[in-house]
Design a protein around this ligand. Sequence first.
Ligand SMILES: [Zn+2]
Length: 262
Amino acid sequence: MRLFDAHCHFDFPEFDGRREREVARARAVGVQGLVMPGVRRADWGRLASLAAPETGLWYCLGIHPWFVGEHDSEDLDALAAALASKPSGCLAIGECGLDALQGSMEEQVPWFVAQVQLAARLDFPLVIHSVKAHDQVAALLRSERWQGRALIHGFSGSYQQACHFIELGCYIGVGGVITHDRAKKTRDVISRLPADVLVLETDAPDMSPAGVPKGQNSPVYIPGIFAQLAGLRGEDEGWLAEALMANVGRLYGLTPDLLAPS
Ligand SMILES: [Zn+2]
């Protein structure tokens, strides 16, 4: 069975010194690739140097809502220039978005709008961080007349909010949240969504699944999240795994064979 981690902060220092081992462990359990989102300009160089498409390591460039304060307009110009060169291994813009629980949404909005516009102009998919801000994110995509592909990563929200995102062409990121019994609402929503919009992700090292200590999440836990998902939805595991690979391929604009070389 082939699986993929569509959103994993594999460039973070938490993985220093053990990346090769983690990649080998992940491959051993069927996880054949991952996408590392960019959160701040200071990390972009590290992402590009870690990327290795031939072994399934991909990345994105972007400015995360938590870090907008350390950037200025020159950084947006640098982002545009970097993306316009279509760097090898770079698949999307993000993670960008809005977070009502950290920082000021007022300050975050212009950075998100700029990245949505850049993605539309350069034809890149978007990786979106949306925390307690789903309605604002959806309204903003609508007012920008977003026509592209996007991932709402680590989705946790209502069925109706998920449907609004799907109408806007978004994929729904499914992570460790669904392994926790307390996440009743999210588990119920995810079990009812169409299979062709779901994408597996860990958000490692954060968002630990049940039984994994905080901050120690890793792409090796994708199969556990996947098994929960198949169980919740009552779908055949072989069928669902192939469907999820096709979804992440469509999201990032690559065939599953290129995205997750075996
Ligand atoms: Zn993330």
